[in-house]
Design a protein around this ligand. Structure first.
Ligand code: NAD
Length: 519
């Protein structure tokens, strides 16, 4: 709810090692006290507070959209469609479904031999959850994580990226409107380099990190000595497979949106577009026409905004230069923005389609994270899958085809946490679909029931349902008879022929009454 105080922010500044650790430790201690009373509230009361936050959010949509636009540079349309809308959908979905996600669940018995045991899963909040989020979707990503964490009964300490603190302040404003217990939600503004040690040593019980693969690996190494549970949502270099039977107009529009919206600064944007050779030329032509018509600038008619930072623009330009030096060609690019744009021209990169790509080029091996899409011809589905799955990343992907059945088969063979058919990237906005990749794309899930489950630790409670039981069959005292009985139990469970099962029944029955007898 509150920002870290001025004093805390000063004590966490660079040059004072340990300051940020101290800050987070104090905030975590307050959060822990608040969490204890929050977690015991009935779900309906927690949900009611979050609904209040939702009403505040609904009445501040324009203001928050403007904050994100000004701070991050993304177009208002990108802020609205890919930040505000998913946030609102997530809030209403989790408020509605949270009670069910948190309900304890009976386990079905696994074997007749253990008929007397009944397991039940009980979900509990972790306690204090840390969230560290990136600048590319500075609002939607931490917002939905904070909502899930709070509904599950946790306290939250949020650190948004240092270049987008306004989005974090907007979330703090929304949390403030929810009238949460003092200290339950805190947005902190500390430098990224101090955030890892601060959150890990500062006493959070679980850390949700979204950002680059390099930082994710660094956090994981730091978290290892204390075995801090982590969810890591990291980079991506998504493949899109365009089959010969695809609707090429739709595919070109879909690749355009997923590759170039948010100026291509989307972890799950299409980057490597693998097109069946029979439709390679017509598809490329359609995409190139769309890209050449892209309007860079500002306002409701613009298609492409600036990069969020000059540093990111330079990083992308370096990768483009490396691809070109290795033989790639620019098949199309968009025009420069007009003069009336409030962001400096040095923040803009044209939207660009690259072809003639080789397997060693940065576009094929790494994450570009800018408005650049590479298009390669492929012989068939198998070659497309081989190239798609050759990446060290495995975040999302897509298959474009009118043959739904075949598209589903190919989707199932892609090494990615989410694969969309005739669409790309948008599943991040579906609150019910889990999000999270493989390999260099990270660990664990956010969103959906699986993402909600990450906000809880699960205890299994195993009970004995037989009345009057004194002991289990395998407890002491051991004897030859008990040995033979337990051996028969194993044979009963393992042996498939009925004759063998029948042979194991007498020794098993011989020890059955141990449940109730004294010896
Ligand atoms: P980043 O790793 O530089 O920073 C992410 C966050 O971590 C920021 O809040 C930053 O201040 C903080 N940070 C920086 N150094 C840190 C450290 N040593 N310890 C702890 N925290 C530190 O990433 P970024 O440039 O902000 O974001 C872009 C990256 O995020 C891209 O690689 C993108 O693919 C990825 N991303 C992934 C997802 C996903 O869901 N998988 C979503 C959005 C962005």
């Amino acid at each position: 709810m509150a920002l870290a105080s001025e004093q805390e922010k000063q004590s966490s500044g660079p040059g004072e090692p340990g300051g940020a650790v101290h800050t987070i430790r104090e905030i975590a201690a307050r959060a822990r006290t608040a969490q204890a009373s929050w977690a015991v509230l009935p779900y309906a009361q927690r949900a009611a507070k979050l609904k209040k936050a939702g009403r505040y959010l609904a009445s501040h949509i324009d203001e928050i959209t403007e904050t994100i636009h000004r701070e991050n540079g993304k177009l208002r349309m990108d802020a609205l469609a890919a930040e505000l809308l998913p946030a609102v959908l997530a809030l209403s979905y989790y408020v509605k479904r949270g009670r069910k996600f948190l309900a304890s669940r009976k386990l079905r018995g696994g074997s007749l031999l253990m008929f007397n045991k009944q397991g039940r899963l009980v979900k509990k909040p972790w306690g204090v959850v840390g969230i560290i989020s990136p600048w590319n979707y500075p609002f939607a990503i931490p917002f939905s994580e904070a909502v899930m964490a709070l509904l599950a009964g946790n306290a939250v300490i949020l650190k948004t990226a240092s270049v987008t603190p306004g989005a974090g302040r907007a979330i703090a404003g929304i949390a403030g409107a929810a009238d949460l217990p003092e200290g339950l939600f805190t947005h902190v503004e500390i430098p990224g380099l101090e955030a890892g040690p601060a959150f890990i040593s500062g006493g959070v019980d679980k850390l949700f990190f979204t950002g680059s693969t390099a930082t994710g690996k660094e956090i994981m190494a730091r978290a290892a000595p204390c075995l801090l549970p982590l969810v890591l949502e990291l980079g991506g270099a998504d493949a899109a497979i365009i089959r010969a039977d695809a609707d090429l107009d739709r595919a070109a529009l879909g690749i355009l949106w997923s590759g170039f919206s948010n100026s291509g600064q989307s972890c799950g944007g299409a980057q490597r577009v693998l097109v069946h050779r029979d439709v390679y030329r017509p598809f490329l032509e359609k995409l190139c026409v769309l890209v050449r018509n892209f309007r860079a600038g500002e306002g409701e008619d613009a298609d492409l905004g600036p990069m969020t930072t000059v540093k990111q623009k330079e990083a992308v330009e370096k990768q483009i230069a490396a691809c070109l030096a290795m033989g790639a060609k620019i098949a199309a690019q968009s025009a420069a923005p007009g003069p009336a744009v409030p962001f400096p021209p040095e923040r803009f990169i044209p939207a660009m389609v690259l072809t003639d790509l080789g397997p060693e080029m940065p576009l094929m091996t790494g994450e570009i994270f800018g408005p650049v899409v590479g298009v390669c011809p492929v012989q068939d589905d198998d070659e497309a899958l081989r190239i798609a799955n050759s990446s060290s990343y495995g975040l999302t992907g897509s298959v474009w085809s009118k043959n739904r059945q075949r598209a589903r088969e190919i989707a199932g063979r892609m090494n990615a946490g989410a694969v969309m058919i005739n669409d790309h990237l948008m599943s991040h906005g579906l609150a019910e679909t889990p999000w999270g990749g493989f390999g260099d794309s990270g660990l664990g899930k956010t969103h959906g029931e699986a993402g909600f489950a990450e906000m809880c630790k699960t205890t299994v409670v195993v009970d004995d349902v037989l009345p009057g039981v004194r002991r289990n069959l395998w407890w002491h005292p051991y004897s030859e008879k008990v040995f033979r009985g337990i051996r028969a139990a194993a044979a009963f469970a393992a042996a498939s022929p009925l004759s063998e099962k029948l042979r194991s029944i007498p020794p098993l029955l011989g020890i059955f009454f141990r449940y109730w007898t004294k010896e």
